[in-house]
Design a protein around this ligand. Structure first.
Ligand code: NAD
Length: 375
């Protein structure tokens, strides 16, 4: 296959990594004409074709890039499985600086790479790639999602992700206070970019008492003017007394250092990989803080994208109605945690495992579609 690296001398650590992450397949390409160096990890196609975004950034080594793509692809399997998508987990990384490398020839080479996977991997926007990139890739391969609505795609996933965060907060409120209303609840949103700013607007519309933080003071200042939300210092946002702390910026914000400083009853935000280590889920439970697992809270984007793949294409209203299932999924996770005597992160992982096992053992054709509406 032209452009695909064939290296019989591959570093054993890479094969160990693939095994540790239980990935089905990892495919790499290096195209000397355009400088494209990319990796696709297909973690699982048990529930359907794998779908996940393309991350484009200058990794410090190929090893780091493989670690990242494997971790992200595995996360996508969990997200699709627990949220009821008939899709598998996959992810891609392009190694390099998007500003220096991006060109039509470069993207065409990447599109051909995705195309050669024959639909086992469907790509989408992620850190470093844009909707314009997806629109261009759709001229090279059909295996692209998240294109502009004018092209029949579902567009920017961020508004759907923000709505999913709100549904999650309603589930948290119902669980903790017996009422989904957020009126009067103190919520701190850390990170008011594409998702967090919409979360702040929705919360203010629901008359929550909103504080917010961002390292970009201009952005946070403008949002305060338009919504009335108050501003807090991003360095201490996690330690502000509130009902719900909502991390909507970086990963690994919940750690052995930060968890003792929390003064909230629940954590519910869009940021990916909020737990620094697996033990942090136990630390949160030990402090009596309800943790809404990030890969459920931020699933609105992929639920929205999945609607593109229906037989009659994308419908905004149908997609938005489906976002509400995140509320029920979270309540199911909290109930499962009670039943198992564990914390929500472990309960969510258990539900993922069960769905995958059921799909593997179901008669051919019975797995796909079986649980779309049951989650
Ligand atoms: P974004 O880049 O638009 O916004 C992130 C914001 O966080 C920026 O305004 C940035 O200035 C701010 N920030 C950075 N460091 C900070 C810090 N230390 N404290 C406070 N603020 C800080 O990104 P986004 O698309 O809004 O995504 C936010 C998070 O949600 C990310 O972790 C992303 O992976 C995750 N997520 C996003 C989507 C989506 O649809 N966009 C879907 C799933 C998950």
């Amino acid at each position: 296959m032209p452009g695909v690296a064939e290296d019989n001398d591959v570093d054993a650590r890479l094969l160990d990594l693939i095994g540790e992450h239980e990935a089905e397949q990892v495919v790499m390409t290096a195209d000397p004409d355009t400088g494209l160096r990319a990796i696709v990890a297909i973690h699982s196609t048990v529930l359907g074709p794998s779908l996940g975004g393309t991350r484009f950034r200058p990794y410090s080594s190929e090893y780091d890039a493989v670690c990242d793509v494997l971790r992200l692809a595995r996360g996508m399997t969990a997200k699709h499985a627990v949220c009821g998508n008939d899709l598998g987990g996959g992810k891609a990384v392009i190694i390099g600086d998007p500003r220096a490398l991006r060109s039509e020839d470069f993207l065409r080479a990447y599109g051909r790479f995705v195309d050669r996977l024959g639909g086992r991997y469907l790509t989408a926007e992620d850190v470093g790639t844009t909707q314009a990139d997806m629109d261009f890739l759709s001229t090279v391969t059909p295996y692209v999602t998240g294109t502009s609505e004018t092209l029949g795609g579902s567009g920017d996933p961020s508004p759907a992700t923000a709505v999913g965060v709100l549904h999650s907060m309603h589930a948290v409120a119902e669980r903790l206070w017996g009422d989904p209303s957020l009126e009067g609840r103190a919520v701190v949103v850390s990170g008011v970019g594409k998702v967090g700013s919409d979360v702040v607007r929705h919360l203010c519309a629901e008359r929550a008492a909103v504080s917010m933080a961002d390292v970009r003071s201009d952005v946070v200042g403008a949002l305060a003017d338009s919504t009335g939300a108050t501003i807090v210092d991003p360095a201490i946002a996690h330690s502000v007394a509130c009902d719900i702390f909502s991390p909507c910026a970086l990963g690994a914000v919940l750690s052995a250092r930060s968890i003792p400083e929390l003064r909230c009853q629940a954590v519910c935000g869009s940021a990916n990989n909020q737990l620094d280590t697996d033990e942090d889920a136990e630390r949160l439970a030990g402090r009596g803080v309800l943790y809404a697992p990030d890969y459920i809270v931020n699933a609105g984007g992929v639920l929205n994208i999945a609607e593109e793949l229906g037989a009659d294409g994308y419908h905004h209203d149908r997609a938005w109605a489906r976002l509400a299932t995140i509320h029920d999924t979270l309540l199911r996770v909290f109930a499962r945690a009670d039943a198992d005597g564990t914390h929500p992160a472990a309960a969510a992982d258990a539900l993922v495992r069960e769905r995958l096992v059921a799909a593997r053992t179901a008669p051919t054709g019975a797995a796909a579609g079986a649980s779309t509406t049951s989650t």
